[in-house]
Design a protein around this ligand. Structure first.
Ligand code: ADP
Length: 485
């Protein structure tokens, strides 16, 4: 089967979050199962290509009363996966992928609509797939176009579409004027299609028009069908409940394993944990703490966004500062949270230390050197860091939501089973209770070792998830969906 992935970011070419990890790994896993996988990405300023070759010099994309011309660059084959890049410097040759500290780029609708059209046109020349697998709002117009403007194009008569929601908090909502500018028909602007409270909602379009919708954990697939987590799209999802699948993300253990991690000062395995002590010291030193301390280290690596639960940390911080722990934070994004951690580091220098910016090497060092990994998210579609943490023997403390709930099993001292600490109510008290329970277990070396080893033995490799996706693709091939009324 040939699966074409369209996405706005992908490791190792571009990354702001977990989406890039997923798009970096899933096609590779499919290729290893014997399928043909092709990935299309925008050619950003940040994208580094070894040997790039233009394969289509000009793709015509209509916009308003003019044409735009982009080209397609062949990024070659990597681990069995073919990569193509849509090159349009006015849109993609910029400092960042989606926007600056001041906000999103004003022309994001145009930037990603052009990408979607270019992918469809390019595929007609470079290979039409059995399945278009699209990710997040940036590629949401692909299923919409295939079922509207391109509905009669014989080239796509046998292609199905799968749309994966990585985070329903980001929907691509724009003014209605966007539709005619993008040369999309007005009949899409109805409540049963793209209209959303008087605006155009790209993500909603994909949820309506894709043949199947998936999201990145079972729990999140249920949560987004409720008003609390659906960000206004719960009704649409509910109406498609039979076509909504929760498939837990895998992780790439070639990149994230303490036995071989190229960023660590020492390696370790479940059989020999000594290296973790060296990683611990290395981390304490990097964050300016006394490197000999035996106090437990709590790690945080995160985008700074409201979703991630930093308001809980803000409310719990003064009480956390009275506990004997060291908190090492790495993050970037919303300046409010940067300011929060700056203040905590100033106020409690013996407890909190923070680094700001995107730093992959430091993310690995925190995974390895910390004793706990804290993710108190308000919502978390899947979450990758807690899964990495398990492999590094770094015990997750998480809020029971989305993928955090699906991947972390609460530790039970009596049975010795479980992999972490989990709390339910979104309150600082519940968070503190979990932290205290975690510290109590840390103080008992035998229990602690058992808990670490339980997590290290867990396996979330991608082939399991890839097989689930194949089932979804196969089902689409055997049943064609009726046109959307
Ligand atoms: P999300 O996609 O919501 O940001 P995930 O947990 O799914 O959350 O994925 C986050 C990914 O981004 C992980 O691979 C994590 O290590 C990485 N990451 C997040 N913030 C940073 C940062 N400041 N520096 C380096 N890596 C980061």
């Amino acid at each position: 089967m040939h699966v074409l992935f369209a996405a706005s970011e992908c490791v190792p070419f571009s990354k702001t979050g977990g989406l890039a990890d997923v798009v970096g790994s899933l096609p590779r896993a499919l290729a290893s199962l014997g399928h043909q996988a092709t990935v299309y990405l925008p050619l950003y300023r940040q994208t580094q290509l070894q040997a790039a070759r233009t394969v289509i010099a000009s793709v015509t994309v209509p916009y308003d009363d003019q044409y735009r011309f982009c080209s397609v660059v062949d990024g070659g084959k990597l681990n069995g996966v073919q990569y193509y890049f849509i090159d349009y410097p006015p849109f993609y040759d910029r400092d960042a992928l989606y926007g600056t500290a001041l906000g999103d780029y004003h022309d994001n609708a145009e930037r990603f609509a052009l990408f979607c059209r270019a992918v469809l046109e390019a595929s007609k020349i470079l290979g039409v797939p059995d399945i278009f697998h699209c990710h997040d709002w940036q590629t949401a117009l692909i299923p919409v176009l295939l079922r509207s403007l391109y509905a009669d194009d014989p080239a796509f008569a046998h292609s199905g579409t799968v749309f994966t929601i990585h985070n329903i908090g980001y929907q691509g909502v724009f003014s209605p004027d966007t539709l005619p500018l993008l040369m999309l028909p007005w009949d899409l602007f109805t409540i049963s299609k793209l209209e959303f409270y008087g605006k155009v909602n790209f993500l909603k379009g994909a949820l309506v028009f894709a043949d199947a919708v998936t999201t990145v954990s079972r729990r999140y697939a249920l949560e987004i069908q409720t008003a609390e987590y659906g960000f206004g799209l719960e009704g649409v999802l509910h109406s498609r409940a039979g076509s909504v699948h929760g498939i837990l993300n895998g992780v790439d253990y070639d990149e994230w394993s303490p036995a071989s991690d190229r960023f660590l000062t020492a390696h370790y395995t479940p059989q020999s944990l000594k290296g973790k002590q060296l990683c611990r010291r290395d981390l304490l030193q990097a964050f300016g703490f006394d490197k000999e301390t035996t106090a437990p280290i709590v790690g945080i690596v995160s985008r700074f966004a409201a979703q991630k639960g930093f308001d809980l940390i803000a409310l719990a911080a003064d009480r956390m500062a009275h506990l004997d722990l060291r908190v090492c934070v790495l993050g970037s994004g919303d300046k409010t949270y940067e300011e929060l951690f700056r203040r905590l580091a100033r106020q409690y220098p013996a407890r909190f230390a923070a680094r700001f910016g995107y730093d992959n090497e430091m993310a690995h060092k925190i995974e390895a050197g910390a004793d706990f990994f804290l993710m108190p998210s308000r919502y978390e579609p899947c979450g990758l860091n807690q899964i990495y943490s398990l492999k590094y023997g770094t015990v997750p403390i998480v809020r029971a939501t989305g993928g955090l709930d699906d991947t972390i099993e609460p530790y039970d001292e009596r049975t010795g089973k479980g992999t972490g600490f989990k709390f339910h109510p979104y309150t600082p008290e519940a968070l503190l209770d979990s932290v205290q329970a975690a510290l109590a277990t840390f103080a008992k070396p035998k229990s602690w070792r058992k808990l670490m080893l339980n997590g290290m033995a867990r396996d979330f490799r991608w082939t399991v998830a890839a097989r689930e996706y194949v089932k979804v693709y196969e089902k689409l091939r055997s049943t064609r969906r009726a046109p959307v009324a």
